[in-house]
Design a protein around this ligand. Structure first.
Ligand SMILES: Nc1ncnc2c1ncn2[C@@H]1O[C@H](COP(=O)(O)OP(=O)(O)O)[C@@H](O)[C@H]1O
Ligand SMILES: [Mg+2]
Length: 295
C-alpha cells in the first residue's frame, strides 16, 4: 500500500511544486520507488505541465480530457453513483500522473445535495472529505508513494487532500511572512483529524481512519553566506525547528532550479556548479523524506 504525502501551504511561490516534482523524480530515479503524482493545483497545474509539457495547451483551454478528479466531485454534486475510475497519464520520467483540472476551482462542499436529516448530512460531508482517498484506494497497491501537489488555499479541496494523506509536508521560504504558512497547514491537518474523530463517533459505518501526520516544513530558496544560512534565515529555521518541525536539509536559492524550470526538466539533468549543488541537496532531502515519511 502506498504512502500518500501532501505538499501543502496557504502561501504561493514558496516552492511546493518544485519540491514535489524533485522529490517525485528522485524517489523513482535514485530509490527505485513506484510514484504517482496527483496535481490538485487547478490554477497553475505546474507539476502537470512540468511532467507532461504537451498538457500546457489543454490547461490553458480549461478542458482536460478523460475522467478527471473534478468529474468525481461532479458525480457527488449531481447525486450520481460514485465510480472511482480516473484517467492517469504516463510521463517521460516513468512517473504516473493524475493531472490537474482547472474546474477543480469549483469544488465546494456546499454543492452537495441538501438533506434535512442530520445523519445523512454528516454522511455527505464525509463523502466529500473522503473523495480523493476513495479514488486512490483501488490503485494505491500499484505505488510506493503518492505525492499530492496543492493550490495555496485552505479550501474544501485541500481538506480532501489532507484527509487522503498519511503525511503532509510544508515547503517554505525562510522569512517571517512565508513561515506563517506552516502553522496554518498544521492547523488544517488538526481540524481534519478532529472532524474525523467526531464524524466517526456519529456514523459507525466509517472505515478505520489513521490521523494525518505533519512531517515537517521544508526550507526552500534558502540564502547562504559563506556556506551557512544567512543569520535572519538561520533564526527562522531554528524557530521552525523548535515550534513546528523542519527537515534538516534545505534547498538553496539559485539558477540551477530556474534553468531546470525553463527547460522543463529536473535539476538533476542540468549541468553547472549551482545545479549540481541543488541536485545534491534534493537527493539528500529525498533521503530524509524517506525517514520522515516512512513506508
Ligand atoms: N531554490 C530555488 N532557487 C531558485 N528558484 C526557485 C527555487 N525554488 C523554487 N524556485 C522558483 O520559484 C518559483 C515558485 O516556485 P513553485 O515551486 O512554483 O512554488 P509554489 O508551488 O509554492 O507556488 C518557480 O518559478 C520556481 O522555479
Ligand atoms: Mg505550485
Amino acid at each position: 500500500m502506498a504512502k500518500t504525502v501532501g505538499f501543502i501551504s496557504e502561501k504561493g511561490g514558496v516552492g511546493k511544486t518544485t519540491a514535489c516534482y524533485h522529490v517525485a523524480v528522485a524517489l523513482h530515479r535514485y530509490y527505485n520507488k513506484r510514484v504517482l503524482v496527483v496535481d490538485t493545483d487547478y490554477q497553475r497545474g505546474g507539476i502537470t505541465c512540468r511532467l507532461v509539457p504537451s498538457m500546457i495547451e489543454n490547461f490553458r483551454s480549461g478542458r482536460v480530457e478523460g475522467a478527471t478528479l473534478f468529474d468525481k466531485y461532479q458525480q457527488l454534486y449531481s447525486d450520481m453513483t460514485f465510480d472511482p475510475f480516473v484517467e492517469l497519464m504516463s510521463t517521460d520520467n516513468n512517473i504516473q500522473l493524475l493531472p490537474a483540472d482547472p474546474r477543480l476551482a469549483q469544488v465546494a462542499v456546499e454543492k452537495m445535495p441538501a438533506s434535512n436529516n442530520i445523519k445523512e448530512n454528516n454522511r455527505r460531508l464525509y463523502r466529500h472529505l473522503a473523495l480523493l482517498r476513495d479514488i486512490l484506494a483501488p490503485i494505491d497497491d500499484e505505488y510506493d508513494y503518492i505525492l499530492v501537489d496543492s493550490h495555496p488555499e485552505l479550501s474544501d479541496l485541500l481538506r480532501s487532500v489532507v484527509f487522503a494523506c498519511d503525511y503532509c509536508v510544508s515547503p517554505v521560504k525562510l522569512d517571517l511572512q512565508s513561515t506563517i504558512g506552516v502553522p496554518s497547514a498544521i492547523q488544517c491537518i488538526q481540524e481534519v483529524n478532529a472532524d474525523m474523530e467526531m464524524i466517526q463517533a456519529a456514523l459507525h459505518e466509517i472505515p478505520e481512519y489513521q490521523p494525518t501526520g505533519f512531517s515537517g516544513a521544508i526550507g526552500m530558496m534558502a540564502r547562504e553566506w559563506g556556506g551557512i544560512l544567512k543569520s535572519t534565515e538561520r533564526a527562522e529555521f531554528r524557530r521552525l525547528k523548535r515550534t513546528c518541525g523542519v527537515f534538516d536539509t534545505y534547498i538553496t536559492e539559485g539558477d540551477g532550479l530556474r534553468q531546470a524550470a525553463r527547460n522543463r526538466c529536473p535539476v538533476y539533468d542540468v549541468g553547472g556548479t549551482n545545479a549540481e549543488k541543488q541536485a545534491a541537496q534534493f537527493r539528500t532531502l529525498t533521503n530524509e523524506f524517506l525517514t520522515r515519511c516512512p513506508q
